[in-house]
Design a protein. Structure first.
Ligand code: BES
Ligand code: MN
Ligand code: ZN
Length: 499
């Protein structure tokens, strides 16, 4: 991850000595106001001229550079389009900040205003947080196996504000934004890593390292311990692979009688489908099948660094789903740790098997709420595309809290139903339940959720993130390809506002 020094400074944007200052302008504006207005006057109307001549149309994320010839402290002005004012939001700030920083990668420092803190109508803290998040998320690249051809030279981001009263809030927002964005990048790095170098044991080691850095309690259950716990779901999925499965537990701020919020992540480090093997096209993307786990680790990191006044537990059910002579077979019946038996009609519906054991394990915490994140079904992507995660919940209050956090972070969720009638689809003749329909793909995402619901006895929400976890092209702060880190910002916001 790129290390960036971020400062918030009191000053006059026209006087700062810097490589470039970044200013956002709404579509349709002819005479800029606020900070851009001050720069425009100092440049003898150069900005107004560019706008009224139509050189720059201020579409969201559009870029225009100009030199200042010593008329102001900055050498260059980097104009970024904010799009239409009526569509402005904190998420637009993230997007334009990402677009701006990509354009400024060759400089060693970029100075900016917190977009939206003035004329945009956002409170200064939100504006600073979104500006910093967008900047760091926009710069992100997965660099483990290849150094970028045009590496970023940026070392410093300076937020400048002339109204002293806003400074404190800007600082809080900038610091939060940095912690959260770096946690998203941490999650992206994990999810982008191939199955080969991140099998369950290695995922567990990464969690242990993280816990050590943050002072969290961490426990890892190996095959023997899983056996003792009766975790037939995790063991069954893992047994086809030479890489043994793990249950990873992270605890933050837990006391004897605290009722924590438990975050559960699907951690299939590679999903071949098992004996019910997947077609070869696009199979490489199944390295992302631990994106839920990555989001949980990223969120635990952010929560701990922000020192949020809550108790939280992260549970990760990690396994590699491969076919072999030892693999789980269609038709096999397994037993989950609460004693329920499952007829496995499709070994590719493995996520729900490992999650079932983790959800049962969550019961021992007497949780206030449990939220699981899983790349669970292709059907969810068919339903919602790449624009929202599917939200399933047995608790209206919890669902509403998640929807609010989604709105604030731009990590969208959309509620989907869990009708009791769907249970018919996974009725088994020989076991308590089966893991997939053998009648075709009706309501696939809901059937996955209905299966999971069998293992919870607390307020619970399930987020199917199959569509949103990777390769999302519609947001400027995502790389066109690769992990998005979806869920880290949503969960952190949820727990920050938890009441
Ligand atoms: N990991 C997949 C779901 C998935 C598919 C995530 C595509 C991201 C992109 C999951 O384990 C799976 O294979 N689900 C099956 C369920 C079915 C067998 C009931 C699916 O979606 O086909
Ligand atoms: Mn699968
Ligand atoms: Zn899977």
């Amino acid at each position: 991850m790129q290390i960036m020094h971020i400062t918030v400074e009191h000053g006059d944007i026209t006087k700062v000595q810097t490589d470039a200052i970044c200013l956002g302008i709404f579509q349709g504006v002819q005479r800029p106001g606020g900070a851009a207005g001050a720069v425009d006057r100092a440049l003898d109307g150069a900005l107004s001229e560019i706008l009224s001549d139509g050189d720059f149309s201020c579409k969201k994320g559009e870029i225009f550079w100009l030199r200042t010839h010593g008329k102001i402290g900055a050498k260059r002005v980097l104009l970024v389009g904010l799009g239409p004012a009526e569509k402005f939001s904190a998420d637009v700030v993230r997007e334009v900040s990402a677009a701006a920083v990509r354009a400024a990668k060759a400089l060693s420092e970029l100075t900016t205003i917190a977009h939206g803190a003035g004329i945009g109508g956002l409170d200064p803290q939100t504006a600073a947080q979104a500006t910093v998040e967008g900047t760091l998320l926009g710069l992100y690249r997965f660099e483990k196996f290849k150094k970028p051809e045009e590496p970023s030279k940026l070392e410093r981001l300076r937020l400048v504000e002339h109204n002293a009263e806003k400074l404190e809030q800007l600082k809080v927002g900038a610091q939060r934004g940095q912690i959260i964005a770096e946690s998203v990048c941490f999650a992206r790095d994990l999810a982008n890593e191939p199955g080969q170098s991140l099998p369950p044991q290695e995922l567990a080691r990464r969690a242990q390292n993280l816990a050590q850095e943050l002072g969290l309690h961490c426990e890892v259950f190996d095959e023997k311990a899983l056996e003792q716990l009766g975790m037939g779901g995790i063991l069954a999925v893992g047994k086809g692979s030479d890489e043994p499965p793990r249950l990873i537990v992270l605890e933050y701020n837990l006391t004897k009688d605290s009722k924590p919020i438990v975050l559960v992540g699907k951690g299939i480090t590679f999903d071949s489908g098992g004996i019910s093997i997947k077609p070869r096209e696009g199979l490489e993307a199944m390295k992302y099948d631990m994106s839920g786990a990555a989001a949980v680790l990223g969120a635990m990191r952010a929560i701990a660094l922000l020192k949020l006044p809550i108790s939280a537990v992260g549970l990760i059910a990690a396994a590699e789903n491969l076919p072999s002579g030892k693999a789980l077979k269609p038709g096999d019946v397994i037993r989950i740790s609460n004693g329920k038996t499952v007829e496995v009609t499709n070994t590719d519906a493995e996520g729900r098997l490992v999650l079932a054991d983790a959800l049962v394990y969550a019961q021992r915490y007497n949780p206030q709420a449990v939220i699981d994140l899983a790349t669970l079904t292709g059907a969810c992507t068919i339903a919602l595309g790449k624009e929202a995660a599917g939200l399933f919940s047995n608790d209206e209050t919890l669902a509403q809290k998640i929807q609010k956090a989604a709105q604030q972070t731009g990590e969208r969720v959309w509620p989907l139903p869990m009708y009791d009638e769907y249970k018919e689809i996974i009725k088994s003749e020989i076991a308590d339940i089966k893991n997939s329909a053998n009648k075709g793909p009706q309501a696939g995402a809901a059937v996955g959720a209905i299966f999971l619901r069998e293992f919870v006895n607390y307020p619970w929400a399930h987020l199917d993130i199959a569509g949103v976890a990777y390769d999302v092209e519609s947001r400027l702060y995502y790389a066109k390809q690769g992990a998005t880190g979806y869920g880290v910002r949503l969960l952190t916001q949820l727990l920050q506002d938890w009441k």
